[in-house]
Design a protein around this ligand. Structure first.
Ligand code: NAP
Length: 232
């Protein structure tokens, strides 16, 4: 989203902006804000419906050559969009940041409900996981503990008694917190998904990264079902 504050182009109002000018100005602004020389990763956040491929390609080229950005990626794009963008770029798109967690499992639901009568939509989103694994693109799970679209945290939420009971039983078994189990559920997937936790609370960070164990496949499925998802 841009509001004219970053590159001083005077444009006002919400929009996605993948123009070369805006991408470069954004990086420069972030480097100043973070007081550093380069960004490890730079993600294009949500597709810009008006993106011009050559514009992005030139911006990435300039950002890479100047040493300001090491790796590039996207956020909330489906495989078709990634393929389109990638076709114009010299740099590999390394990351796709997508909402994923026990209460937001569209990527898994779509993989399981293949060719069955189901309310799950098999559209362009259906093969994000397969696409990412095939192309060695890392998925970063955003809002891993949230339900809905910023509905709130499902851990210790009385709206989800079955899920919390299953989390609790496993938390006791592995001697960790329920939030750690929710993170372990994401990490157990063979796609090597990275978990983008949002807490700023040091104690929670320590607890959630207490991950010296691995769930069994049965426990992974038990949590999936306890979260309200069905197996066809
Ligand atoms: N690419 C995208 O479209 C997109 C969209 C949204 C977010 N993101 C990224 O994803 C990151 C994570 O998002 P998120 O903040 O929604 O993630 P989250 O880890 O699911 O939720 C963290 C929030 O839950 C609270 N919380 C309550 N109980 C908790 C518990 N038991 N354990 C841990 N946290 C608990 C935390 O509060 P305390 O701080 O008080 O612990 C914090 O406000 C963001 O920082 C952002 O970078 C990306």
């Amino acid at each position: 989203m841009a509001d004219g504050q970053i590159d001083g182009d005077g444009l006002k109002g919400p929009r996605y902006d993948f123009s070369k000018r805006h991408l470069i100005a954004t990086v420069d602004t972030e480097l100043r804000r973070l007081q550093t020389d380069y960004l490890d990763t730079f993600l294009l956040h949500r597709p810009d419906a008006l993106m011009v491929l050559d514009d992005v390609a030139e911006a990435f080229q300039q950002l890479e050559q100047s040493g300001k950005v090491r790796y590039f990626g996207v956020s909330n794009m489906h495989p078709g969009q990634v393929t389109l963008l990638q076709s114009a770029l010299s740099q590999k798109l390394q990351i796709n940041q997508l909402q994923f967690g026990l209460k937001h499992t569209n990527m898994i639901d779509n993989e399981l409900h293949v060719n069955v009568d189901s309310t799950h939509t098999l559209g362009d989103n259906s093969d994000i996981l397969s696409y990412s694994r095939l192309n060695k693109m890392t998925i970063q799970a955003w809002s891993p503990l949230q339900y809905g679209y910023f509905g709130g945290v499902f851990v210790d939420n009385e709206q989800f008694p079955e899920l919390n009971a299953t989390l609790q039983a496993l938390a006791i078994k592995y001697d960790v917190t329920k939030s750690s189990i929710a993170v372990a559920w994401i990490l157990h997937h063979p796609a090597k998904i990275q978990v983008t936790i949002g807490t700023m609370n040091v104690e929670r960070i320590v607890q959630m990264t207490d991950l010296d164990y691995d769930l069994t496949n049965q426990e992974w499925y038990d949590l999936y079902v306890a979260a309200g998802h069905d197996l066809p």
